[in-house]
Design a protein around this ligand. Sequence first.
Ligand code: FES
Ligand SMILES: [Fe+2]
Length: 426
Amino acid sequence: MLSEERNRTLTQVGPGTPMGELLRRYWMPIAGASELDARPTKPVRLLCEDLVLYKDKGGRFGLVDRQCAHRRADLAYGMVEDCGLRCNYHGWLFDETGACREIPYDDLADPASNLKAGVKIKAYPVRECAGLLFAYMGPAPVPPLPVYDALTWTNGWREVVTSDVPCNWLQCQENSCDPVHFEWMHDNWGARLRGSEELSPKHLKVAFDEFEHGFLYKRVREGQPEGSHFWTVGRVALWPIGFFLGQHFEWRVPVDDENTLSIALFFARVPRGREPYVQKTVPTWKSPLTYPNGEWITSHVINQDILAWVGQGRIADRSKEYLSGSDRGIVMMRKRYFDEIEKVRRGEDPKGVVRDAAAAACIELPLAERAQFVEGLPIEDWPKDRLMGRRMHGHVWCYGQPAEVWKDFAEAMGFDPGLRAAGEGP
Ligand code: FES
Ligand SMILES: [Fe+2]
């Protein structure tokens, strides 16, 4: 349980709030790079700030203030140029550092005034990695982007899946350190939705550890030997807003206090023998939360999670909760947020910020099944594999994968796209 005041401290993310200041010390994924292929500008709201993400004709990504410095027109309707974004109202041109490069009328009629030299808009650095765009909204010096080794695996097919989740980010992130919900939400409730009352193996014990880049949760379920990697290695709640499960990452990016961008990056290694495989573009698609009739989608794992998060309320009232033994990881996480808020107040770098560029270039996260993702499985072994067997028939995690994305995936893996099950999308 948290007091209302402490709950506010952890859930408010605007500029100047304690948690907002902490989260601004980290690079966050904000979009799929391919989102800017069809239209080169995208309005985004992040940490309560309204911004425009764009890709100029020179291939540079920018993240700048939504409002033009001149008379506040909406830069989401701006025109991209060889370098920068031009406001569609009077043509002022800004680059990715926020500098004003041109004021067309004044540059022509009164060049000596050099008005543009004194004009700047808010701008944040953007980096592309593994098909994702990451942004850093904190103070200088900008730390290097932490590149987890899973973002560098080769011979694989990736996709970015986003959802707009109408609740606060923290209840989403607490789900990253919550082993027991798998048994109930995904297994037992999932079975009930399919008309079965069969119960899945019970959790017998759970444990939680902390490391530089997050927390590990470990579990033993009925019938599972203690030598299993679920107990010896565990799964990663990635600090400060992520979740890492090997074949995918999930991030819960705070849009504002009441909205979260769920952004997931999936990786599938091509079956052994199909190398070399180089993916042309990483597709990005949006997974809906509800069917057109308004009913919530419950068929896929992340859709189920989102239903739980939204069900906790717009901002979960932690003054009314009872924590139990299975919530020890959540208690550790909350304490860590409070402690790191204090570090930022003292002017120190918080947990997980890597300043050394060489160290940041490849960060290995704990993962038992790394060999499977690096070396691949023969396609004959896919049907026997817990996960890949299911992936031959659909997405498993997110509802609504577009048919062309499925086809591209199946073709990359070398199996028949016709294996797709019904109910994967509209
Ligand atoms: S408002 Fe943007 S150029 Fe005038
Ligand atoms: Fe879940």
